[in-house]
Design a protein around this ligand. Structure first.
Ligand code: HPA
Length: 273
C-alpha cells in the first residue's frame, strides 16, 4: 500500500478517537523522558499496537502510546516512546508518526532525546537545544520515491530547527535559571554506543552531542512543513580520559534526573507557540 493511503487510513483511525484537527502541537519524548506525560491531562491514549501501520517499539524505557491531552492548558498529541532505526525499522517507518502528525493538523513538533556529549564543557544532566544537525552517519528517510503532496524532492535544510522557537526557549530557560547550551546533534544508527575514536570523529566534524534518534524525524518534519524544536539531555560524556563504560541504565537514570528542567521548558513553550 502506498504511503498516502497508509497515512489516510491511520489518520482516519486516530481521528475517530481524537477528533479531527485535535492539536497544533506534537511532542515526541525520548529515552527516559516519558515522565512528561504525568504533566499531561490525558483525554485519549492509543497503544501503538492498536494503530494501523504503526510499528511497535521494543526498547525498555519507551512507553509506546499516542496520547491526546493538554499540557499546561494547551492541546497536544504526544508520542510517549518513539521508533528507532536500530530496532530494525526502515527510516520511512521511523518517520511515519511525524507525517501522521502533519496529517492530523499539527504545526509544530517538539522533540526530546538522550544524547552523549563530546563537548568539553558539557556535563551529565545538562540540556542542549539543537540548533543544527549532521545526518550523514544515518539513513535519510526521504530516500526513495518522493510524494510531492507531502513535500518537495530536495528540501532546504538551512534552518531545520526554528530560530524563533529557540529564542523563546532560551528566554524561558533564562527566566527559570536553567543553564542551557545550543549546539549540533550528530545522528548515528546505534545501537552500539560509540568507540573512543568515533566520539573523537564526531567532535572533529563539528558535533557537540551524538544520539540515535531525532534527525530522521526532523528531516521528515521539515519535508512536510512542520516547525521543529528539539532538545537533548546529556546523559553521558563520550570524550573522557578515564575508563568510560556507558550503559543504557546510566543513560535512563541521567535522563530521569534532568527531566524536570526539560518538562518546565516544554510546559512554558507550548503556551507561546
Ligand atoms: N551515543 C549515542 N547515543 C546516545 C548516547 C551516546 O553516547 N547517549 C545517549 N544516546
Amino acid at each position: 500500500m502506498g504511503l498516502l493511503k497508509q497515512l489516510e487510513e491511520t489518520a482516519q483511525f486516530v481521528e475517530s478517537k481524537f477528533g479531527s484537527r485535535a492539536a497544533k502541537v506534537g511532542i515526541v519524548l525520548g529515552s527516559g523522558l516519558g515522565n512528561l506525560t504525568e504533566e499531561i491531562v490525558i483525554e485519549q491514549a492509543i497503544p501503538y499496537a492498536d494503530i494501523p501501520h504503526f510499528p511497535v517499539s521494543t526498547v525498555k524505557g519507551h512507553g509506546g502510546k499516542l496520547i491526546l491531552g493538554t499540557l499546561n492548558g494547551v492541546k497536544a498529541i504526544v508520542m510517549s516512546g518513539r521508533f528507532h532505526f536500530y530496532e530494525g525499522y526502515s527510516a520511512q517507518q521511523v518517520v511515519f508518526p511525524v507525517r501522521l502528525m502533519k496529517w492530523l493538523g499539527v504545526e509544530t513538533l517538539l522533540l526530546s532525546n538522550a544524547a552523549g556529549s563530546v563537548h568539553p564543557d558539557y556535563k551529565v544532566g545538562d540540556l542542549m537545544i539543537i540548533n543544527d544537525h549532521i545526518s550523514f552517519f544515518t539513513e535519510n528517510p526521504l530516500i526513495g520515491k518522493n510524494e510531492e503532496t507531502i513535500g518537495t524532492r530536495f528540501p532546504d535544510m538551512t534552518e531545520p530547527y526554528s530560530k524563533a522557537i529557540i529564542e523563546k526557549a532560551l528566554t524561558i530557560a533564562r527566566d527559570n535559571n536553567i543553564d542551557i547550551h545550543q549546539g549540533v546533534y550528530v545522528a548515528v544508527t546505534g545501537p552500539t554506543f560509540e568507540t573512543k575514536a568515533e566520539y573523537r570523529l564526531i567532535k572533529a566534524v563539528g558535533g557537540h552531542v551524538v544520539g540515535m534518534s531525532t534527525v530522521q524525524e526532523t528531516i521528515a518534519a521539515v519535508h512536510c512543513g512542520l516547525k521543529v524544536f528539539a532538545i537533548s539531555v546529556v546523559t553521558d560524556i563520550g570524550i573522557r580520559e578515564d575508563e568510560n563504560v556507558i550503559t543504557h541504565e546510566e543513560v535512563l537514570q541521567a535522563a530521569k534526573e534532568a527531566e524536570p528542567k526539560l518538562t518546565l521548558i516544554f510546559k512554558e513553550l507550548v503556551q507561546q507557540l
